[in-house]
Design a protein around this ligand. Structure first.
Ligand SMILES: [Zn+2]
Length: 536
């Protein structure tokens, strides 16, 4: 509010100073202040009203997550989502476009069937990793071996030919499928301590076992494939009940699958006991060659300062074993819903409002980095960017990212937000610049004001982040409604601000270990074509 008074003082400077002039001056200040305040309150109230009475979040979530599904870079589903968003924006009267940022290996996930045939029959829970090769329409049946505990890389080379015609287990057998908080709740203190010690020993032993092969965990599947293995079995447990993280395969001819901890453990113990389990695997997928990939950009043109920008930001892509619901369907929906509301209640913004739905964040912020490289005119005149990308929770953290005056500006923008929403937000000013983690960092790296709207955890890291359980049912819609309103309000306030966000940076101090000054994060280059095969 201080800002409103000050800026209007400037506007009426030419008035002569006199007693009557002074009164007039005060009246004008009072009138303008009140008018602006009323206008702001009206827009804020309208934002609350629209979201409360007419939220589209559930409809959007259903269409995107159930209808289209996950959005791995290079898949037809990613492109379908890009086109869906453009259509959605058009239906709200908002101009939107897909901008190509690069190209990627095109791939479409098909079915995965993994069955144990011996010593008993059981369908196993598991799925192929992203970009896994297919088994060409048939099920492959074979015995299993595991990476042996060899003396050194020479011994491993001697063992290697034995994988021919077999599936190979390359992950450790987790000693528990229970999350730590469950142990904490029920185990005796001694039992939990003992268990943790054993688990650390097992984990270290497995790491040594892998390292003695002479290969990294990324190269090992490629080496095994070359040696004639029929498939790679992994388990990437995510430290919660029934959750695995599912990333990309490195094999190019044979399938790589993740098998859920429970079933992986069963197979592991059977192999170890010499029971010679036999399983069959069928992975269907389509290799679609190299395909173009896009960011979806939508725009509400500014009226007074159309070449200045306030941006909403959330990556659109995801990993693909779940639905990409909380990473980052929820950020995507928050930004779409905020745009929909802004178009209704604030159709003629002072500055231009842009939203960036980025591609390939998961492989290194590629879509947003490309946008920064391709749109210097936006980056140069960016007033603020608000990015959301850490799950479904309500926004509780905002950092000034090391911009000297961030506190002054963000506090002013938050001042319009109802206390029920803003009181639980912890602000850190001036904060330190984020070097990565999500797309705001692409902007911060070039000194442009990108901010992260940090959400409440909701067990994000163990249960939904990059997991096979990142699904619609995990969304907390009340929190999402809060976030859509908050984003719309911050965007509105940043648009209306008479002052331009100054890019002065704070002194980051010196590194205690090296004594060198701490540098601002460096700009990362967008990878415009991928993926790149590992070489070590
Ligand atoms: Zn994400």
């Amino acid at each position: 509010m201080i800002f409103l008074k000050l800026s209007h003082m400037k506007a009426i400077q030419p008035l002569q100073f006199s007693y009557t002039g002074c009164i007039t001056k005060l009246l004008i200040i009072a009138c303008i202040f009140t008018a602006n305040h009323v206008a702001a309150q009206t827009v804020i109230e309208k934002i609350v009203q629209e979201e409360t009475k007419n939220s589209q979040l559930q409809v959007l979530a259903h269409e995107l997550l159930d209808g289209i599904g996950p959005r791995l870079v290079g898949t037809p589903q990613m492109k379908k989502a890009n086109d869906w968003a453009v259509e959605k924006y058009a239906s709200w009267g908002i101009n939107a476009r897909n901008e190509q940022w690069g190209e990627w290996k095109g791939w479409e996930r098909g079915i995965t069937h993994i069955d144990m045939l011996s010593p008993r029959v059981k369908s196993l829970e598991g799925t192929q990793l992203s970009w896994s090769p297919s088994t060409k329409g048939k099920a492959v049946k074979a015995e299993i071996v595991m990476i042996p505990d060899v003396a050194d890389s020479i011994a491993f080379q001697n063992w290697l030919p034995t994988v021919k015609g077999k599936f190979v287990m390359i992950s450790m057998n987790q000693p528990t499928g229970r999350p730590d908080d469950n142990w904490q709740q029920f185990a005796t203190k001694e039992s939990f301590e003992k268990f943790k010690k054993e688990r650390t020993e097992l984990t270290d032993a497995w790491r040594k076992r892998i390292s003695k092969t002479g290969y990294s965990t990324r190269m090992l599947p490629i080496v095994l494939e070359k040696a004639g293995a029929l498939g790679i079995l992994t388990n990437n447990w995510s430290n919660g009940f029934g959750v695995d993280k599912i990333f990309n395969a490195y094999t190019t001819k044979i399938p790589t699958v993740d098998i859920a901890l429970e079933d992986y453990g069963t197979l592991y113990r059977l192999v170890e006991a010499g029971d010679n389990p036999i399983i069959s695997i069928q992975t269907d997928s389509k290799d679609l060659g190299i395909v173009p990939n896009f960011n979806t950009i939508a725009e509400i043109k500014g009226t007074e300062k159309p070449d200045e920008y306030v941006m909403l930001s959330a990556h659109f892509d995801s990993w693909d074993a779940g639905q990409g619901a909380t990473d980052n369907g929820t950020g995507t929906l928050t930004m779409m819903e905020a745009m929909r509301i802004l178009k209704l209640v604030y159709p003629n913004p002072k500055r231009t409002i842009l939203v960036g739905h980025w591609g390939s964040e998961e492989q290194g912020l590629n879509g947003s980095r490309a946008f920064v490289e391709d749109h210097p005119e936006v980056v140069e005149k960016l007033q603020a960017l608000f990015n959301q990308d850490n799950g479904t929770g309500r926004i509780v953290n905002i950092s000034g990212q090391g911009f000297k005056y961030a506190g002054e500006f963000i506090t002013r923008w938050l001042a319009a937000v109802p206390s029920s929403m803003k009181d639980s937000i912890k602000t850190t000013f001036p904060g330190t610049p984020g070097g990565g983690g999500s797309d705001y960092a692409s902007f911060v790296a070039v000194g442009a004001p990108g901010f992260s709207l940090g959400a409440l955890n909701w067990s994000y890291f163990n249960y939904t982040w990059h997991t096979n359980r990142d699904t619609y049912d995990k969304i907390i819609f009340d929190d999402l409604r809060n976030n859509a309103m908050l984003t719309a309000m911050l965007v509105y306030m940043a648009c209306e601000d008479n002052a331009t966000f100054p890019r002065d940076k704070v002194d980051l101090g010196t590194n205690k270990l090296t004594g060198q000054p701490i540098a601002w994060p460096a700009q990362g280059k967008a990878m415009r074509k991928g993926p790149i095969a590992p070489t070590n």
